[in-house]
Design a protein around this ligand. Structure first.
Ligand SMILES: [Zn+2]
Length: 262
């Protein structure tokens, strides 16, 4: 279901939820409508799709593995470049698509894998097939992969207060300012600039390379880990990432590690 209303005053959060769809025709439809472009009935006038409407905003995809693979794969390039290039017989268009992807998924088809209160009835094969719907290259591009376990009711109702959003906001703004003063937001740094800014100690660089090798993470994941580590350093008010931030950044690649058997 696509959003029909877009509050002008708030930052766009483009939330897209689908029912499981399998056929190629429907997959193509969603690839066009959700991830790529929206076409009119005749297919002649492409308009910006959800990823472009989420430009400089958040695109939230719930139940990520339920999306047709075709939809997920077409997002890979825009996730790198921040734009989507469309070539049709009569039209060539390039739309901006620098969106912040936020996605959610269950650990298995029934949703109870790892849940201490309800038993998962999925077979190992079903779980493997479900998780394998997310390709390695797509996961490479997702920087923070975090498991959120179900909370027992007593914890849900507990009155413990965490850090306030105002405090977090201050910290985020300070980190962002630090990046701007350095010349560019971390997300926009090229690989080379990123390495220059991080200026890892040689021991840390060797440690990171060994860790990535052990976890079978790709060269792309290397820069993404570095980028997250630099942001963690910015949030901590440090000039560059140390081993602690590198370890934390790798810790956020939970799904990669799980699917690689790491
Ligand atoms: Zn299950």
């Amino acid at each position: 279901m696509l959003n029909k209303t877009r509050p002008v005053a708030s930052i766009a959060i483009n939330s897209v939820a689908l029912n499981p769809v399998q056929t190629t025709i429907i997959a193509r439809y969603y690839a066009l409508r959700v991830a790529l472009i929206a076409e009119n009935d005749s297919g002649s006038r492409p308009r910006p799709g959800e990823i472009s409407l989420a430009h400089h905003g958040v695109l939230f995809l719930d139940e990520l593995p339920e999306y047709p693979r075709q939809v997920l794969e077409v997002m890979r390039e825009p996730m790198e470049s921040g734009e989507i290039y469309i070539a049709r017989a009569n039209h060539q268009r390039c739309y901006p698509a620098r969106f912040q992807l936020v996605a959610a998924m269950n650990p298995c088809p029934c949703g109870h894998l790892g849940d201490s209160r309800q038993q998962c009835h999925c077979t190992a094969n079903q779980i493997q097939r479900y998780q394998a719907r997310l390709s390695g290259p797509l996961l490479d591009r997702i920087d923070l992969q975090v498991e959120v376990p179900a909370l027992p009711p007593e914890q849900l109702t507990a009155q413990t207060r965490g850090e306030s959003s105002d405090d977090v906001r201050e910290r985020v703004l300070a980190a962002r300012q630090r990046q701007l003063e350095r010349g560019a937001l971390n997300a926009l740094l090229s690989g080379r600039d990123l390495e220059d800014v991080c200026a890892l100690e040689s021991a840390d660089r060797a440690w990171l390379a060994a860790a990535l090798e052990r976890l079978k993470l790709s060269a792309r994941a290397y820069h993404r880990v570095l980028r997250v580590a630099l942001t963690l350093a910015d949030l901590a008010g440090e000039s560059r990432p140390a081993r602690e931030q590198l370890m934390e950044a790798i810790g956020y690649r939970q799904l990669d590690r799980q699917l690689q058997g790491g």
